[in-house]
Design a protein around this ligand. Structure first.
Ligand SMILES: [Zn+2]
Length: 510
């Protein structure tokens, strides 16, 4: 009698429900696996038969046929091992006629098997459970080492075991599996340490001699704007980017689940707890197109997706291959990325804040007061031409950082009382500004003061701004206004936003 066991596979960052259908018939002994199995799946034959032997199951000679449905989708990974093994035992022992066993068999089973019958972890367990078990809350059986990760999926009763023999015993008579390493069952949803944000604000205030950069960092942190820092080595560009990672707003539970899902699919979840802070990814400039965007045979998420909900930091921006930078345009525009594999395409989320840093020229010292630049004018022009106009247009804030002048010294003497966010930012002001921006986004109509349109038109002509640049300027101005606690965006806020738009370093080099 054919048996059907529910399991699942990971495709990209989503789970695909899969049924392992097993039938044992008379005929020449053999093991046939059908349903577009990839190479890892085909090898499950050896793992499953050996694991069954080590778990005390005698498989009678006969023709075993396993079909992984739906048959039209290529299967990869080893997550089906446990389901295939259970299907074979259920067919051999006729579990379908036992009401209790048949009910327990309606669970979802996930796990790779070792040759000795141990259960091994599965990459992407959380996304698989979120999508496979979502439709009908039921029991999921997973390897013990992944119990915590499985419990992040809401509405699911999680059973876990270390050994195939224990899963078999539970299916046969409901006996509770032993877990070698019982783990606390509660799910941790930590809030980001407020101390980190306080410290980051204090560190920002200590960057003396970098007023514009500090101001830009606060605006970028409050409004999650894209920021490009340019300047010679050693002026603190990387440090500023790291501080911005600490100043990201806390994650709510839905975002945390999405971030954890992505990181589980990439095999990065190690502690099996819900993500408690927004990610910060900093790929090296030698990253490939697939590394940045995602892809490959197993459709792994790339850096832009791993940064989803958080921050992507590109240091030495001009050293990245221009073709690699070019692919950032889609995620920056749409907040998602199209990943292709074979003939198919998949959409991954990729909404991130882009922080980039670059030297002004190859030697790094153009415009520096510390050392003189050794580059010829045409070399400088070639270096910066690696950054395309459309890419630069997507940076809302641009800051040239000057030479290092006593940074990390004592903060500048503050006037008594609140010195304001421009000199002494604090996490409460950031949170208040974010709240105000949310209110404005929800309210119909932009929070514009009358007369701003004329001012913007003049600025657009004088600075040669694109329409996209103008709309980004308006967003930055709204953030400045929100940080000021203003009720609407005034001309002064627009002027400050335009200050960040101007790109003097490109003058004469383009
Ligand atoms: Zn130079």
């Amino acid at each position: 009698m054919p048996v059907r066991i529910r399991t699942g596979a990971l495709t990209g960052i989503a789970g695909l429900p899969v049924s392992a259908e097993v039938v044992i018939s008379r005929g020449l002994p053999g093991f046939h696996l059908v349903g577009l199995p990839g190479i890892e799946v085909r090898e499950s034959r050896e793992r499953v038969l050996s694991a069954l032997r080590h778990s005390g199951v005698r498989v009678p000679p006969g023709r075993i046929t396993v079909n992984l449905a739906p048959a039209g989708v290529r299967k990869s990974g080893a997550s089906f091992d446990l389901a295939i093994a259970l299907g074979i035992v259920a067919a051999v022992e006729g579990w379908a006629v036992d009401a209790g066993a048949a009910l327990r068999l309606r669970s979802v089973f996930l796990g790779e098997l070792s040759l000795f019958g141990e259960l091994r972890p599965v990459r992407g367990l959380l996304p698989i459970l979120l999508d496979v078990a979502r439709r009908e809350p039921r029991v999921a059986f997973v390897p013990s080492s992944q119990r915590n990760e499985a419990e992040l999926a809401p509405g699911l009763r999680v059973m876990a075991a270390d050994q195939l023999a224990d899963v078999l015993a539970w299916c046969r008579d409901g006996s509770r599996p032993r877990e070698r390493s019982p783990v606390a069952g509660h799910v941790r949803v930590a809030t980001p340490a407020p101390a980190a944000a306080d410290e980051a604000c204090a560190a920002l205030a200590r960057l003396s001699g970098q007023e514009l950069a500090r101001k830009a960092a606060v605006v970028a942190a409050a409004g999650r704007h894209n920021l490009l820092l340019m300047g010679p080595p050693g002026v603190g560009k990387t440090r500023l980017a790291r501080l911005l990672a600490e100043l990201q707003p806390p994650l709510d539970r839905d975002d945390a689940l999405t971030v954890t899902r992505i990181h589980s699919a990439a095999g990065l979840v190690s502690s099996s707890t819900l993500a408690d802070r927004r990610p910060c990814r900093a790929p090296h400039h030698t990253v490939t197109r697939a590394g940045l965007l995602g892809g490959g045979a197993s459709l792994r998420p790339g850096e832009v997706t791993l940064a989803h909900g958080g921050l992507l930091f590109l240091d030495e921006l001009a050293e990245f291959h221009p073709a690699v930078l070019d692919v950032l345009r889609q995620p920056l525009q749409e907040g998602r990325v199209t990943v292709s594999r074979g003939g198919g395409q998949r959409l991954f989320p990729a909404r991130f804040q882009l922080i980039a840093a670059s030297n002004p020229c190859r030697c790094g010292y153009f415009g520096s007061s510390v050392r003189s630049c050794r580059c010829l004018p045409h070399e400088r022009a070639r270096y910066l031409s690696r950054l395309s106009g459309p890419l630069l247009d997507r940076f809302d804030l641009f800051v040239e950082m000057g030479a290092w002048r006593g940074a990390f010294a004592e903060p500048p003497a503050a006037p008594p009382g609140d010195a304001g966010w421009r000199l002494h930012p604090n996490p409460a002001q950031l949170a208040a500004a974010r709240g105000q921006l949310d209110d404005w986004r929800r309210a119909p109509g932009a929070p514009q003061a009358p007369g701003n349109g004329r001012f913007l038109d003049q600025a657009r002509e004088a600075l040669g701004l694109s329409l996209r640049a103008v709309s980004r300027c308006l967003e930055v101005a709204a953030t400045v206004a929100a940080l000021d606690g203003a009720v609407r965006v005034e001309e002064a806020h627009l002027r400050e936003a335009l200050e960040f738009r101007y790109q003097p370093v490109f003058e004469g080099s383009r």
